[in-house]
Design a protein around this ligand. Sequence first.
Ligand code: HEC
Length: 179
Amino acid sequence: MWGGMSIAHAEMKAEPAYSFNDDGTLVKPEGYREWIYVGTPVTPNDMNNGKAAFPEFHNVYIHPKNFKKWKKTGAFPNGTILIKELVSVGSKSAPSGNGYFMGDFIGLEATIKDSTRFKGEPGNWAYFSFTREGKAPATKAKAMPTDKCNFCHQGFAKDDWVFTQYYPILRAAKPGNGR
Ligand code: HEC
């Protein structure tokens, strides 16, 4: 029993879902395109007066460790991280018809639930933007002010600050949903 627990603990230590620099900035996560994909909301510029707040496609991922807990409990554990990667609309027609088709990666955002590090934030969620217009994402990001990001998630997200109403994969995996 003790052996098992310490192995589990060692694994957690060896593979943290996220890490912070000494100056409190979040290190840009790596490998997130191989995390669990949960959905792709699209807010195209041309349906938002040419300038959507978060343009185009938003590919959203959750760390596999957090997803495992979500499947078991239907809740986001302390230490959850979700990534939102923005992708431009590359084409508006394809052999399949007219529509919105993915172009290039144009931005990267993250949210983290951490009751130790962000005990002052509503719901203990903090928000980060690595996006740099026209450039590769920054390698680090500091937590955004509460009134820039958190307030809207607090007000409108379905499940603990997370917009599960737009993520069918999370809804289907929630215990009892069976879809
Ligand atoms: C006006 C409301 C609003 C504001 C302000 C806002 N968001 Fe969101 N955010 C949303 C909505 C709605 C979604 C889900 C649908 C979508 O992506 O369009 C979302 C999804 C996300 C996700 C995916 C995980 C989740 O929680 O659902 C991340 C990460 C995220 N936002 C980061 C940010 C960051 C960083 C900021 C501040 C720079 C921010 N958001 C500000 C409304 C908002």
